[in-house]
Design a protein around this ligand. Structure first.
Ligand code: CUA
Length: 315
């Protein structure tokens, strides 16, 4: 409704309208009470002003009814705000199943994007509309923040961990992409555009860009090059656990704990292998810190995700 207003971004994702509704609710409640209080201060100042030098106010005895109202009404309003906000927050935190995975790496001062089919772009993000897209994001240096105002989404990308963000675009077109966390001298230039395309056009765009290998293939190549394959094998003499079909499942550690084999666990195990050892295996894996970039890590993860058990009973 505000799309003609120059300070207000377009509404181009499924959550954008819901975020705006909450935003306008918060602003309306705040504006209403601000006006009410100012008005009452004014009226009471006139009504109860001292009318003569000898006037003494009547003593105040208190009122249970009034106290009930000024505790009850704000409580109900803030609980509405809390519930409304929490529902939206949880919806934004959980990407729907079957979302298209796209990987993003922030570095001073650009956003690097990798599509599963291997296409890469810098400071541009091509996406299909009417399909949930999940971004897995990492940074090579300092904290950045990935921000698409037209989709009403923003998330910090912090060193040493993955952030995820999801959205579903509803309109084709080009939208601003920003870095929303001050990250150095060229922070203000760290951004570009999101290009939302019809699914067919997106497919055409994918096949138009010359990608020599998919993300999984790039990961498979790294898996060979870095020598991961020498230990992570499916046979009985392997020194590391086989990785086929393990992604997304719980893993029992030598400490007795269980962790989920997810992106963060994979990344940690590559860079800091000693922190979580799979039960039944020796602590022999060397660290790959400094030998692999954040983009390479995402490629390896894409490859490990794609591994399925080759046959029954070989894990
Ligand atoms: Cu990256 Cu500001």
């Amino acid at each position: 409704m505000w799309s003609g207003f120059p300070l207000f971004p377009e509404t181009a994702s499924t959550v954008a309208g819901r975020i705006d509704n909450l935003y306008f609710f918060l602003v309306s409640v705040t504006a209403f009470f601000t006006l009410l209080i100012f008005l009452l201060v004014f009226i009471f100042a006139l009504k109860y002003r001292r009318k003569s030098e000898t006037e003494r106010p009547r003593p105040i005895t208190g009122s249970f009814f009034l106290e009930f109202i000024w505790i009850g009404v704000p409580l109900v309003i803030t609980l509405i705000m809390f519930t409304w906000g929490a529902v939206l927050y949880f919806d934004l935190a959980r990407p729907p199943k079957g979302a298209l995975d796209i990987y993003v790496v922030g570095k001073q001062w650009m956003w690097k994007v990798q599509h599963p089919t291997g296409q890469r772009e810098i400071n541009e993000l091509h996406i299909p509309i009417n399909r949930p897209v999940r971004l897995t994001m990492a940074t090579e240096d300092v904290i950045h923040s990935f921000y698409i105002p037209a989709f009403r989404i923003k998330k910090d990308v912090e060193p040493g961990k993955y952030s995820t963000l999801w959205f579903e675009a509803t309109q084709t077109g080009e939208f601003h992409l920003f870095c929303a966390e001050y990250c150095g001298t060229r922070h203000s230039l760290m951004g570009g555009k999101v290009v939302a395309l019809e699914p067919k056009q997106y497919q055409a765009w994918l096949s138009g860009g010359a990608a020599d290998e998919t993300l999984e293939e790039a990961g498979a190549r790294l898996f060979q090059q870095l020598g991961c394959v020498t230990c992570h094998r499916a046979d009985s003499g392997a020194r590391g656990p086989a990785l086929e079909g393990k992604f997304g499942k719980p893993v029992l550690l030598s400490s007795g704990e269980t962790v989920i084999f997810d992106e963060a666990y994979t990344r940690e195990s590559i860079l800091n292998p000693r922190s979580k050892i799979v039960a039944g295996y020796p602590t022999v894996m060397p660290t790959f810190q400094g030998q692999i970039s954040e983009e390479g890590l995402l490629q390896l993860i894409a490859f490990i995700k794609s591994l399925t058990p080759r046959q029954e009973g070989n894990q």
